[in-house]
Design a protein around this ligand. Structure first.
Ligand code: ATP
Ligand code: MG
Ligand code: MG
Length: 392
């Protein structure tokens, strides 16, 4: 029995884990689910706010509040039951988070960070002020301004929506001046906010997960290579096969970028490696990330446990890999509806039949951990019933 009721946002249940602080998460998708799974091992209580009754996290959290993380009143009400508030998606009501912070609610990372990140143009402007290397970019709001940008940067030209982008939705490529107006129309016109980026013909895409504690100290996960299919992260190879000096450069760029933002948690930094060995920042996610799924099986501390440690003020864990190599394969539905579901299930069944596979988590990805890059790639080929490794 407690001598007095616990403060708001703290469970009145006995503490069996590391804390009785209730962690509130805006969003209950796959990332929220894996956060809850890590929390369960740590004995941390999780409350989820998500509009979908049967969202992925609903089966593994302590409490699921059905409601929108974009509605100010709902988020404010939800915050009352949480000792610390965090996100598994950046497209949340950041203005409300800012108000809540003023009222003393602990948001990690900070509302200012979510606000910068959720607008990609604002994000790029922010990082350029801090001297982070980026592809050239400029805001466009009329046909003549985008034509001018095309002359400046050349073609192909990457046109991006400022807000609500994910999985490449919100990006479109113009191959010449004639395509500009149709590309702009395909993104919903100038009204919602567009900007353009110089096309980067990268040799690899890399990602670094950086964790920052409440006192500002950081640790970085090993640099990984991400391979995209139709703009969606499809395969992650850990560690990335690049020279040590590139790993160092990528880690430095990522750490510097995250140090310019406020708040605790894990952050993913998506990077381009160019032919002339430059590392440019593509974008940052202020939360656990697809490129860090492999850390569940291959690192001493998963990105999910690390995020919880960071926001709860616990010491950060060791981010290093405990095996020489791992590969993460994202199962992407190839067909709509039932057929796609069956394909995914068949793949998972095959995965479980191969004894070397450490574990498969959620219905969305498979991680293979092994003694070498060659061996994990060969096992992935066997699993996918194909002859040679081809991530695409
Ligand atoms: P996510 O799901 O990662 O949030 P997103 O919708 O925010 O994706 P971006 O990360 O901006 O989209 O871009 C998706 C992909 O498009 C990148 O991973 C990269 O492959 C390609 N891409 C983005 N910007 C450029 C660029 N300037 N030049 C060339 N390719 C690019
Ligand atoms: Mg994005
Ligand atoms: Mg991206």
């Amino acid at each position: 029995m407690h001598p007095s009721p616990p403060p708001e946002g703290h469970s009145d249940q006995p503490v069996h884990g590391v804390t009785n602080t209730v962690v509130g998460v805006l969003g209950g998708g796959q990332l929220g689910k894996m956060l809850c799974q890590a929390a369960s091992q740590m004995g941390v209580r999780m409350a989820i706010l998500d509009p979908l009754e049967d969202c992925p996290a609903s089966s593994v959290c302590h409490e699921h509040v059905v409601g929108s993380f974009n509605d100010g009143a709902t988020v404010s009400e939800f915050a009352k039951r949480c000792g610390v508030l965090t996100v598994e998606i950046e497209h949340v009501d950041a203005v409300t988070l800012e108000k809540l912070e003023k009222q003393g609610i602990d948001c990690e990372p900070k509302a200012s960070t979510i606000m910068i990140i959720q607008d990609k143009y604002r994000q790029k402007t922010h990082f350029s002020k801090f001297g982070i290397p980026l592809p050239d970019f400029v805001e466009v709001d009329t046909l003549s301004s985008i034509e001018k940008a095309g002359e400046m940067f050349g073609y192909p030209l990457m046109v991006k929506s400022k807000r609500l982008a994910y999985d490449g939705r919100g990006n479109a490529v113009a191959h010449d001046k004639k395509e500009l107006s149709s590309v702009v129309a395909s993104l919903g016109g100038f009204e919602h906010g567009l900007y353009v980026e110089r096309w980067t013909s990268f040799v690899k895409e890399l990602s670094v997960i950086v964790a920052r504690s409440r006192d500002g100290s950081t640790v970085c996960y090993p640099v990984v290579e991400t391979i995209h299919k139709d703009n969606i992260c499809h395969v992650v190879e850990a560690p990335a096969e690049v020279p040590d000096k590139i790993k160092k450069l990528a880690t430095n760029v990522a750490e510097k970028a995250i140090k310019s933002l406020e708040g605790a948690g894990v952050f993913a930094v998506e990077l381009f490696l160019t032919q002339d060995n430059q590392v440019l920042l593509n974008e940052v996610a202020p939360r656990p990330h697809n490129s860090g799924h492999h850390t569940i099986e291959s690192c001493y501390t998963s990105q999910y446990e690390q995020h919880l440690r960071a926001i709860l003020g616990l010491p950060l864990g060791d981010p290093s890999m405990k095996a020489p190599a791992s590969i993460m394969y994202n199962i992407l539905g190839e067909d709509e509806g039932e057929a796609g579901f069956t394909q995914a299930h068949q793949l998972i069944e095959r995965a479980l039949d191969i004894s070397e596979i450490r574990k498969q988590r959620k219905m969305g990805h498979i991680t293979i951990v092994g003694p070498s890059k060659y061996s994990v790639k060969a096992r992935l080929d066997k699993l996918l019933q194909r002859d040679a490794y081809d991530p695409k």
